[in-house]
Design a binder for this molecule. Structure first.
Ligand code: ADP
Ligand code: SF4
Length: 700
C-alpha cells in the first residue's frame, strides 16, 4: 500500500527559526520516569523516536536548578556542567537520525518540593506548595529572586546550546511551571511590575523568552510552551487572556507550543476525552503569529493530522502518547503502512511511570522503556533460533502479543481461543463505558498476525490437557487469563465475605460483562431499578465503570471502598478526579473508608475502616470487585502429566499473563513479549540478560 496523497502535507519540512524540521511530526516533551536517573535508557528511548521518523524529539521537563527539584519524580536535570554528558548523549542519539533535539527547560516553583536539594520552594506569591498536602510554603520571590531565576534560566539555556540541542522550550504550560503561576490571576497577588495587569503578569515570560533567544540564536531555536486554558473559567488562565499574551509577543519565539492546563486535562485519558478534544482551544491561535504552531491531541489518525495542517490550525503535529505507543508512527504513515500503526489506547499507563517514579511502560508498546535495558525494539525482534513451533492457548493481550512477536520471529504459531472472538479481557472490557479504545490492543495484534503467514488462529477452541498433548507441539504457552472472585476475597478481606441465607449470590465483573455482552451468565437477571452495591477493593477502573454502567441502566448504585476515594490507584493515571466526578454526577452514592463485612437478603453490612462500627445498607445485589483467580488449571494439569510430555512431543509448558499473576493489560502484553523474546534463550542468558542496570557512580 502506498501513502495517500492527502497525507503528503505531513512530510513537508517546517522552518523553526534557525533550524528546519524535516517533517511535521513533533514528539512533544513527555516524562518517562527515567530522566536523570536512567540516562542511558532515556537517551535510547529518544533515539528510537527519531528512528521512527519524529522530526523533532523533545526531552521531558528538565529542571534548571536545585530549587526546582521535583523528586521523587524523575525528570531531566541541567543544574550544572555535570549534567552535560547525559544531555549530550540524548542529542547525539537524536541526531543520528537527522531529527532535531528539543529541551524543555523548567522551573516548577511551588510544584517542586525540593526533597533532595532541601532548598526552599519558590512562587510568585506566598502560598503552600503543591503535592501531598505538605505542611510547607513556597517563598514569594522578591526582585532579586526573580533576577536569580532569570540567571539560572539563561545558564541552563547556555548549557542546552553546549549540549547541542536544536530547540529550547521556555515552559509556561500545564499550570506546573513557575511562569504559569506568574501568569495566573488566581496565584499572582503581586502589586509590583510582575503583578496586576496581563502585561505585568506576562513580564517574566517575556524576559525569559528574550533572554533565551539571545542565548540560543543563531544556532538554536526557541519555543514557548504555553497553557492556553486551565478549564476553570474566568478566574483561571483562559483562552482570551492567553491570546492577548501570545499576540503581544507573537514574533519573539520561533515556535508556539500550545497545551491545556492542568496536565491531567491536556493528557486526559480516552475514557474522558476523545482524540483532538483540544482543537477548539487552539484553533485560532495561528492567526496571531507568523511563527509555526504545534499542539497535541492524542492524534493517531493521519486524516485528522493532515486536516489540522490544511485547515491552518497547526503546522506541526505534536504527539507524546501516540509516540510512546508507536515510535514509528511517522515512518508508517510516510510509507503508507497504515495497517501497521499501533494506536495509543489512551489508558495513561505511561503516566504511572512519572507518578510512581519508575521507568515508563506502555500498554500498546511493551518495548517502551526497555530499548536500552533489555535491548527491545518496538518494530524489530531477532529471528528464530530453532524450528520448534509454539502452541499458545488463550488469545487475550498476553497470548496475542506472544503470538505476534513469535510469528514476527518466524516461528510457526498455533493460537487457540475458547471464545468466539479474539482479545480476551480487552474485547470484553471494551464494551464497558469509556473503554472502547481498549480493543485496539487486540486489533493491532490480530491484524499483524493476519498479515504473517505463519500463525494459525482458531476461535471456539477450548483446549483440554489431552487436546494439548495430542497436538504434539513442542512448546506450549498457557495464557488463559483469570476470573474475578465471587467469594469476596480481596486485600482487606483475606477470608472473603460471608453471604447469608436467602441472599442473592454476589455478582462479579465477569457476570456484569456477560450481561453487557448479552451472553448467558450465572448471575441471573437484575430486577429493574435495583439497588446495587458495587464493592471496590481493586482500586483501578473496573468498579467505577461497572458503577457507571449500572447507573446508566437506571439502577440505584452505591459504591463502597476501603480507600478514601473512588478508584484510588487511578491517581497514577490522572483519572481519579474525573472518575469521582462522573460517579457523583450520575447520582452514585459514594461511601469511602468502609469495608464490606457481609451480605444478607436485601442488605449489605459495611464497617467503618477506622472504628470498625458496622452499618447496614439496602442492596438487592452486590458486585464484588476484589481479587482475581488465575485460570491456571491447564498449566497445573499439564505439570501433573509431565511424564507423558516426551512421548507426546512436548518439551516445555509456560504460563504467562493474568494466568500467571493477574495484573493490568499492560503487564499481560509485556509478559507476552517477554516470552517471545526469551524463546530459545538459554536459562543462563535469560538470567544474565535480566536487564541492564544503570549504576550510580561512586565518588572519591
Ligand atoms: P491475559 O490478560 O493474560 O491475556 P485474558 O483473560 O485477556 O488474559 O485472555 C485469556 C483468554 O484465554 C480468554 O480469551 C479465554 O477465553 C481464553 N481461554 C481460557 N481458557 C482457555 C482454554 N482452555 N482454551 C483456549 N482458550 C482459553
Ligand atoms: Fe497510550 Fe496507554 Fe501507551 Fe500511554 S500507556 S501511550 S495512553 S497506550
Amino acid at each position: 500500500m502506498s501513502r495517500a496523497p492527502a497525507h503528503d502535507i505531513l512530510f513537508e519540512p517546517v522552518a523553526i527559526g534557525p533550524v528546519v524540521a524535516r517533517n511535521r511530526f513533533y514528539q512533544a516533551p513527555h516524562c518517562n520516569g527515567m530522566g536523570h536517573r536512567h540516562p542511558n535508557a532515556c537517551a535510547e528511548m529518544r533515539r528510537v523516536k527519531a528512528e521512527g521518523g519524529w522530526a523533532v524529539v523533545c526531552t521531558e521537563e528538565v529542571e534548571i536548578h536545585p530549587s526546582t527539584d521535583v523528586s521523587p519524580h524523575i525528570e531531566g536535570r541541567i543544574w550544572d556542567d555535570a549534567d552535560l554528558p547525559a544531555l549530550r548523549l540524548i542529542t547525539e542519539k537524536i541526531h543520528l537520525h537527522d531529527s532535531l533535539a528539543g529541551i524543555e527547560l523548567a522551573h516548577n516553583g511551588p510544584h517542586a518540593l525540593n526533597l533532595y536539594s532541601r532548598t526552599p520552594s519558590r512562587n510568585v506569591s506566598d502560598f503552600p506548595v503543591f503535592g501531598g498536602h505538605a505542611p510547607v510554603q513556597a517563598r514569594r520571590m522578591d526582585k532579586e529572586d526573580i533576577r536569580e531565576l532569570r540567571r539560572w534560566h539563561r545558564d541552563a539555556a547556555k548549557r542546552a546550546v553546549q549540549a547541542e540541542f536544536d530547540l529550547i522550550h521556555v515552559y509556561a504550560g500545564h499550570a506546573l511551571s513557575i511562569v504559569s503561576f506568574f501568569l495566573s490571576r488566581r496565584h499572582n497577588h503581586r502589586v509590583d511590575e510582575y503583578g496586576g495587569s496581563t502585561e505585568n503578569r506576562a513580564r517574566l515570560l517575556r524576559e525569559l523568552v528574550e533572554e533565551t533567544v539571545e542565548t540560543a540564536h543563531p544556532r538554536t531555536a526557541v519555543a514557548v510552551r504555553i497553557a492556553v486554558d486551565e478549564l476553570v473559567g474566568a478566574e483561571g488562565t483562559h483562552k482570551e487572556e492567553v491570546e492577548e499574551i501570545i499576540e503581544s509577543m507573537a514574533e519573539l519565539p520561533d515556535l508556539w507550543d500550545l497545551a491545556l492546563a492542568e496536565w491531567a486535562n491536556d493528557s486526559a485519558s480516552a475514557r474522558f476525552r476523545e482524540e483532538g478534544f483540544q482543537e477548539p482551544y487552539i484553533r485560532d491561535i495561528k492567526r496571531l503569529t507568523s511563527k509555526p504552531v504545534v499542539g497535541v491531541g492524542r492524534y493517531t489518525s493521519p486524516d485528522k493530522m493532515a486536516r489540522l495542517v490544511r485547515d491552518g490550525v497547526l503546522d506541526l503535529i505534536g504527539g507524546a502518547r501516540p509516540s510512546i505507543a508507536d515510535p514509528f508512527l511517522p515512518r508508517k504513515i510516510e510509507e503508507g503502512r497504515y495497517e501497521d500503526i499501533r494506536e495509543c489506547i489512551g489508558c495513561n499507563i505511561c503516566v504511572t511511570g512519572d507518578f510512581l517514579a519508575a521507568p515508563i511502560r506502555c500498554t500498546q508498546n511493551p518495548a517502551m522503556g526497555e530499548e536500552w535495558r533489555r535491548g527491545w525494539h518496538p518494530e524489530h525482534i531477532r529471528k528464530r533460533e530453532s524450528d520448534k513451533s509454539v502452541l499458545i492457548v488463550g488469545a487475550g493481550p498476553a497470548g496475542l502479543e506472544a503470538a505476534r512477536a513469535l510469528a514476527q520471529r518466524e516461528y510457526e504459531i498455533v493460537l487457540a481461543e475458547a471464545a468466539d472472538e479474539f482479545g480476551g479481557r480487552v474485547a470484553r472490557e471494551a464494551r464497558l463505558p469509556g473503554l472502547s479504545s481498549y480493543v485496539r490492543v487486540r486489533d493491532h495484534r490480530k491484524l499483524q498476525l493476519d498479515q504473517m503467514g505463519n500463525a494459525s488462529c482458531y476461535l471456539k477452541s477450548r483446549l483440554t490437557c489431552e487436546d494439548i498433548l495430542e497436538y504434539q507441539i513442542p512448546r506450549v504457552v498457557i495464557a488463559t487469563g483469570c476470573r474475578w472472585r465471587r467469594d469476596g476475597v480481596s486485600a482487606c478481606n483475606p477470608l472473603g465475605v460471608p453471604v447469608g441465607e436467602g441472599a442473592r449470590e454476589p455478582l462479579t465483573p465477569d457476570d456484569v460483562m456477560s450481561i453487557v455482552a448479552g451472553e448467558p451468565h450465572a448471575a441471573g437477571a437484575l430486577p429493574e431499578n435495583a439497588r446495587v452495591l458495587v464493592w471496590d477493593d481493586d482500586h483501578y477502573y473496573m468498579a467505577s465503570v461497572i458503577a457507571e454502567w449500572l447507573a446508566g441502566q437506571g439502577h440505584s448504585v452505591c459504591y463502597a471502598t476501603p480507600a478514601s476515594e473512588v478508584s484510588a490507584w487511578t491517581r497514577n493515571t490522572m483519572e481519579q478526579h474525573f472518575i469521582q466526578k462522573r460517579l457523583l454526577d450520575l447520582g452514585v452514592e459514594v461511601r469511602s473508608n468502609e469495608i464490606l463485612r457481609g451480605i444478607s437478603e436485601g442488605e449489605a453490612e459495611l464497617a467503618c475502616g477506622f472504628t470498625g462500627k458496622r452499618k447496614r445498607v439496602c442492596a438487592d445485589a452486590v458486585v464484588l470487585v476484589g481479587a482475581r483467580v488465575p485460570n491456571d488449571e491447564l498449566f497445573v494439569g499439564l505439570q501433573e502429566r509431565r511424564d507423558e510430555w516426551s512421548e507426546r512431543g512436548v518439551e516445555a509448558v509456560d504460563l504467562i499473563g493474568d494466568a500467571f499473576a493477574p495484573a493490568t493489560v499492560a503487564h499481560a502484553v509485556y509478559e507476552g513479549r517477554r516470552y517471545a523474546e526469551e524463546t530459545d534463550m538459554d536459562e543462563g542468558e535469560i538470567r544474565a540478560g535480566l536487564f541492564r542496570r544503570e549504576m550510580v557512580g561512586l565518588h572519591p
